[in-house]
Design a binder for this molecule. Structure first.
Ligand code: C2E
Ligand code: MG
Ligand code: MG
Length: 703
C-alpha cells in the first residue's frame, strides 16, 4: 500500500461506499425513529404558515389521521390553528428577533374544532446568507396540566375565601396549612402555626386528649364532627362546630386531615334568645307563665320527695287597669316593669318572681319550712309597694291584692295550687283593709262557683235571663205612689233567682255592668213609658248606677240614648248614685253630675250615710234627693244612735234643699218616726216588696 494519502492509499471502492451508505442509512433511520416515535410533536414550517415536515405525534396532538393529512390540510397556521390569531405573529416576532422561542403557550384548534392548550419550543433555521429557511420546533399538549392547574387555583381561592376556618393537618397531626378565615376566627395574627400540633381546644373545658380522640375517630370511621369550646389565640373560648375529614393517598393510606371550624356563637346566641322568649316575659324579663309552672312543678315534686313545704303568692294589681286606661299602654308597661323590679327585691334569689300575664304576678318560695313565711313575704311586698311609682309624667300608687297558699298543705298539683292562691287573692281583694289572705278551703268553693257564674253572666242578657222588678216609692204623709225603683234580677237557669247583691259586684269587676247597665236604663225607661201610656200616673222611675258606670266617660251618652230611644221626659228618670261612686275623684264626679243634670234627669244619692261624703262638696252638688241607707232605718226605733243619724240626714236634706227618701222601711213604727221627723218619701217592705211588672201594674191599679 502506498502512502500518498488516505484516498490515494485507499482508493474509492464500491465496498467502502456501500459501508458508508449503510452507516448513513443507519444513522438516518435512528433519527427518523426518534422523529417518528417522539412523544412530542415535531415540525418544520415555512414562515408563511405551511408545514414542511411533521411527525406522527404532532398529527395525533392536532387530531389528524397522519402527518401527510396534516401537511395537506393545515396550510394556514395563523388562520387555521391558533385560537388567538395574533399568536402566530407573536411567535414569529420572537423567533425572528431572538432566533428561538421557549415554552410558548397557546390555545389551538384541533382538526375536529376542539380547543386544546399546547406549549412550543422552536428555532429559526437560516441559510448562509442569513435568510430564514424554515422554523422547526416541538409541541406538547398541556391541556390536562392546564386544567388541573386551574382547578388548584380555584381550590386555593375557595380555601382562601370561605367563611369557615380550615386547617390542613399532615399525617402526624401537625398543621400544614391554615386559611385566612381560621386566622381571623382564632385571632392568631401573624402567628406561624405550621409544623406544630393544632391547638384549638379551650383549656380546661374539655378532656386533654379531646383532639387526639377526634383524629383517631377520623382514622377509624372516616370522619368526625361535633361541637366544642374552641380557644382563640389569647385563650378566650368560643363555641365552635368542628368537622374533620381525612385525605387519602390512592393506596388508601391517610396522608392528611382537613379540619373545618365554624364559630357558632351567633347561633348559640340566637338559640339563647329563642329560649329566653319561650320562658321569659319580654316586658318585665321575669319568668313567664310557662317557666313559673315548670318551676312550681319542680318545687311540688321536691316537696313530695323530701318532705318540704313551700308557698305561692298570687298577686293582682288593684289599680293597674285604671293606669292603663287613663295614661295609656306605654305607662302601663312602665308600671309593670317597675312593679317587677320591686317584687324581685322582696324575695331571695332561690325564690321565683314571675308574671302570669296582664297584671298578675306570682311569687314561688320553693322551700319555706314551717310557719307563715307567706304572710311575711306578703307584708314585705305590701310595704315595698306602698310608695308610689314614679312614671314618666306622674306618680301612681299600685297596691296588689295577694293570695297566699302553702303546698302540699292546701294542694299538691300545680293547677290546684294556683287555684287556691287565686281564690285567696280574690278574698283579699274583697277583704278591704288587709290586702292579703291566706287560703282556706271555704274560699276554693266560692271561687270555682264565681268563675262559672262569670261565664253565665256574660250570656245572661242575651239569653233574656235578666229582668227588672219595681219597688214603689210613696209620699210619707199621703202614702200616694210617687215613683218606682228598678231593681235588676237574674233568673239563672240552674240557680234560680240571683240577688243583685250577689252578681252586681261580679259584673262591676268584669266590666259586664256597662252592658247590663245600658239594658237596665233602656228597659226601665221603656217600662215607664208603657205604664204612662196605659194611664198609670207614675211620676218617675229610679235606676241604680254603679261606680264603674258612673266613671265611664260614655255614661252620659248612654243615658241620653236611653231617653231618646224611649221618648220619655228626662225629668221622669231618676238616677241613684252611691256616695262611694263619687268619692274617687270628686271634681270629675261633679262634672258628670252637672252633665247629667243639664240633660234634665233627677239625681239621688243612694245609701246615704254609709260613705264619707264631704259636706262641703255635698253643698255644691246638683242633687235632688238623699236616700237614707236602710241600715239606719232598720233600728231607727230601737237605737238612739240610728235615730239620731236618720234625723240628722233629714235635717241636712231640708237645709240643703234636697228631698229625702228612707229605704228599707219595714214597719209602721219606722214609717211614723220618719214621717214625724219630716222625711218626704218612704220605700220598703211595709209598703211593698219589689214587684214583677204585672204585679206592679196590679199594685198601681189597686191604689
Ligand atoms: P239599693 O239600690 O240600695 O236597693 C235597695 C235594696 O234594698 C234592694 O235590694 C231592695 O230589694 C232592698 N229592700 C227594699 N225594701 C227593703 C226592706 O224593707 N227591707 C230590706 N231588708 N230590704 C229592702 P236588691 O234588689 O237586692 O238590690 C241590692 C242592691 O243591688 C241595690 O241596693 C243596688 O245597689 C244594687 N242594684 C239593684 N239593681 C241594680 C241595677 O239595676 N243596677 C245597679 N248598678 N245596681 C243595682
Ligand atoms: Mg237604689
Ligand atoms: Mg240603697
Amino acid at each position: 500500500m502506498s502512502a500518498a494519502g488516505p484516498y490515494a492509499e485507499r482508493p474509492f471502492s464500491e465496498a467502502l461506499l456501500a459501508a458508508q451508505l449503510a452507516r448513513l442509512r443507519d444513522s438516518e433511520a435512528q433519527y427518523r425513529s426518534i422523529f417518528e416515535n417522539a412523544q412530542e410533536g415535531i415540525y418544520q414550517t415555512t414562515p408563511d404558515g405551511g408545514y414542511l415536515r411533521v411527525n406522527q405525534a404532532l398529527a395525533r396532538i392536532y387530531g389528524y389521521p397522519s402527518p401527510d393529512a396534516l401537511i395537506n390540510e393545515l396550510t394556514d397556521i395563523a388562520g387555521q390553528l391558533y385560537v388567538d390569531a395574533e399568536s402566530r405573529d407573536r411567535f414569529k416576532t420572537i423567533l425572528e428577533t431572538d432566533g428561538l422561542v421557549r415554552d410558548f403557550e397557546a390555545r389551538i384548534y384541533r382538526r375536529d374544532g376542539a380547543i386544546i392548550c399546547i406549549t412550543e419550543n422552536a428555532r429559526c433555521v437560516r441559510d448562509a446568507a442569513g435568510a430564514i429557511r424554515y422554523y422547526e420546533g416541538t409541541v406538547e399538549d398541556i391541556t390536562d396540566r392546564k386544567r388541573s392547574e386551574e382547578e388548584i387555583r380555584l381550590l386555593a381561592k375557595v380555601f382562601e375565601s370561605v367563611a369557615e376556618g380550615i386547617v390542613l393537618l399532615d399525617e402526624a397531626g401537625d398543621v400544614q396549612a391554615v386559611n385566612p378565615a381560621f386566622m381571623t376566627l382564632t385571632e392568631a395574627k401573624g402567628e406561624d402555626l405550621k409544623g406544630k400540633p393544632l391547638r384549638l381546644v379551650a383549656d380546661g373545658l374539655h378532656e386533654k386528649d379531646f383532639m387526639a380522640r377526634a383524629l383517631a375517630a377520623v382514622r377509624e370511621h372516616g370522619w368526625w364532627s361535633g361541637e366544642m369550646m374552641a380557644a382563640r389565640a389569647d385563650g378566650t373560648a368560643f363555641p365552635a362546630e368542628i368537622s374533620i375529614t381525612p385525605v387519602r393517598a390512592p393506596d388508601g393510606s391517610l396522608t392528611h386531615s382537613v379540619v373545618k371550624v365554624a364559630d357558632v356563637s351567633r347561633r348559640k346566641q340566637d338559640e339563647e334568645h329563642i329560649r329566653f322568649h319561650a320562658f321569659f316575659d319580654t316586658l318585665t324579663r321575669l319568668p313567664n307563665r310557662r317557666l313559673v309552672l315548670d318551676r312550681m312543678e319542680a318545687a311540688l315534686a321536691a316537696a313530695h320527695d323530701h318532705g318540704r313545704r313551700g308557698c305561692v303568692l298570687f298577686l293582682d294589681l288593684d289599680r293597674f287597669k285604671a293606669v292603663n286606661d287613663t295614661l295609656g299602654h306605654a305607662a302601663g308597661d312602665e308600671l309593670l316593669r317597675l312593679v317587677a323590679r320591686r317584687l324581685r327585691h322582696c324575695v331571695r334569689p332561690t325564690d321565683t318572681v314571675g308574671r302570669l300575664g296582664g297584671d298578675e304576678f306570682v311569687i314561688l318560695v320553693p322551700d319555706c319550712g314551717p310557719g307563715n313565711i307567706g304572710t311575711y313575704v306578703a307584708e314585705k311586698v305590701l310595704y315595698n309597694m306602698s310608695e308610689p311609682f314614679s312614671l314618666t309624667g306622674s306618680e301612681q300608687f299600685c297596691i296588689p291584692s295577694i293570695g297566699i297558699t302553702y303546698f302540699p298543705d292546701d294542694a299538691a298539683q300545680v293547677e290546684d295550687v294556683l287555684r287556691c292562691a287565686d281564690a285567696a287573692m280574690y278574698h283579699a281583694k274583697k277583704g278591704g283593709e288587709r290586702r292579703y289572705a291566706v287560703y282556706t278551703p271555704s274560699m276554693g268553693r266560692r271561687s270555682a262557683e264565681l268563675v262559672n257564674l262569670e261565664n253565665d253572666l256574660r250570656l245572661a242578657a242575651a239569653r233574656g235571663e235578666l229582668e227588672l222588678h219595681y219597688q214603689p216609692k210613696v209620699d210619707a204623709t199621703t202614702l200616694k205612689l210617687v215613683g218606682a225603683e228598678a231593681l235588676v234580677r237574674w233568673r239563672h237557669p240552674i240557680h234560680g233567682m240571683i240577688s243583685p247583691a250577689n252578681f252586681i259586684p261580679l259584673a262591676e269587676e268584669t266590666g259586664l255592668i256597662l252592658s247590663i247597665g245600658r239594658w237596665v236604663l233602656r228597659t226601665a225607661c221603656r217600662q215607664l213609658g208603657r205604664w204612662r201610656a196605659r194611664g198609670f200616673d207614675l211620676a218617675s222611675v229610679s235606676v241604680n248606677v254603679s261606680a264603674l258606670q258612673f266613671t265611664d266617660p260614655t255614661f252620659a251618652a248612654t243615658v241620653q240614648a236611653a231617653l231618646d230611644e224611649t221618648g220619655i221626659d228626662p225629668a221622669r228618670l231618676d238616677l241613684e248614685i252611691t256616695e262611694t261612686a263619687m268619692s274617687d275623684d270628686v271634681e270629675r264626679a261633679l262634672n258628670m253630675l252637672h252633665t247629667l243634670k243639664d240633660m234634665g234627669v233627677t239625681l239621688s244619692i243612694d245609701d246615704f250615710g254609709t260613705g264619707y261624703s264631704s259636706l262641703n262638696y255635698l253643698k255644691t252638688m246638683p242633687i235632688d234627693t238623699l236616700k237614707i241607707d236602710q241600715s239606719f232605718v232598720r233600728d231607727v226605733v230601737a237605737s238612739a244612735k240610728d235615730a239620731a243619724i236618720a234625723s240628722t240626714i233629714i235635717t241636712l236634706a231640708h237645709n240643703l234643699g234636697f228631698s229625702v227618701v228612707a229605704e228599707g222601711v219595714e214597719t209602721e213604727d219606722q214609717a211614723a218616726f220618719l214621717r214625724d221627723r219630716g222625711c218626704h218619701y218612704l220605700q220598703g217592705y211595709w209598703i211593698s216588696r219589689p214587684l214583677r211588672v204585672p204585679d206592679f201594674a196590679d199594685f198601681m191599679a189597686g191604689r
